[in-house]
Ligand binder design. Sequence first.
Ligand code: AMP
Ligand code: MG
Length: 401
Amino acid sequence: MDGRPYFISVEEARAITFQTPPPLRVEEVPIESAVNRILARDLASKVNDPPFDNSAMDGFACRHDANATYPRTMDIVGTQAASGANENIEVMDGQAVRIMTGAPMPPGTDAILPVERCTVEGQHVVFTEAPKPHFVRRKGENLEAGAVALTKGMQLTPSRVGLCATMGHATVPVYQRLRVGIVSTGDELKSPGEPLKHGEIYESNSFGLAGLVEWSGHEPVRYPAVADTMGALRATLNEASADCDLILTSGGVSMGEFDYVRRVMEEEGDIHFWRMKIRPGSPPLFGLWNSTPLFGLPGNPVSSHVVFRMLVAPYLRHALGSDGPKEWTVRAKLCDAVKSTNDCVTLRRVTLTSTEEGMMAHQPRHQGSGNLESLASASGLTLLQPGQSGDVGEWIDVLVL
Ligand code: AMP
Ligand code: MG
């Protein structure tokens, strides 16, 4: 490996990838299509939220009178709808205005009594108790005009997209989705739908990885599976590097004779590290092909997924400085033994169940790194650190899938 980092910890591997970020571009998008995008600049509110004092309840607005006694009969002098029509009703002591939720407080009023605590009798209303100032939502109490409520790097969740609108933004500056090329390699791979000959399997990694790229908020570009030859691989990598910001390959990075991704990267690319202390998924490499960052992910379907979550997803979040998509870890008690190692992080697939004692992690059956069903039916991955015990009864961190 010519002195290049080899078989390093997950932290070391991440640190190396962080030094070679993908190119970033900013675009302005309508908020209708902003969900899950990453904000590229801080966003200040253009207005006060709420923009005016208004009622939190359907009921009656009036002046709060500390000396009044209840029940108290008031004169109804008007109706205030949420649109703010009839806004200029001037309300005197002993008078009340029928008011709808969200409607501006009429001049002279400062308290609300909800409709269910009143009895209406023609042009009068009997208050059974005192009206409450806290049913008034004050101008700017949620957000003052000019306040920065969303900051650069935030992932625009549905509630944050709603907040963009509340703050008066019809469009928002976000990072362009990165184009992520996905190149699977292997002579044995056939597309689903085609007949299989003996020795062939269906190609699944590019579909799973494309899903992970979309989950990360970026744009997958799938290439047809590449045969195990230097020429075919070189041609596809050239095409992908011309067209994409980042390349993910799958397969061909182990020690085998036909592991051409490693070979072509060694001979014609630029490898920044090879192999990482993680199980499953130890073979990955990272480097540059024609100055495009490239992750060489393992071919085993579970491994490629796990390495994406542990290495590629943190790389993408770091590049954009983003806080999403969120990775959740929970503490869980192991209900089945997991074999740990002294040098690797062990990521076994577990099923999580919530009990009164806390979260329980079960590992229902044997797991191979080629068994995609065991990943599809799991809800978490054990984050067993090197040397940490995986005995039954241990409380460990689990990455939620
Ligand atoms: P490799 O790293 O290329 O030796 O691949 C390791 C294992 O993963 C082999 O059993 C391959 O057949 C399998 N594999 C490689 N690429 C894919 C893929 N794209 N989809 C499904 N299985 C794959
Ligand atoms: Mg292969």
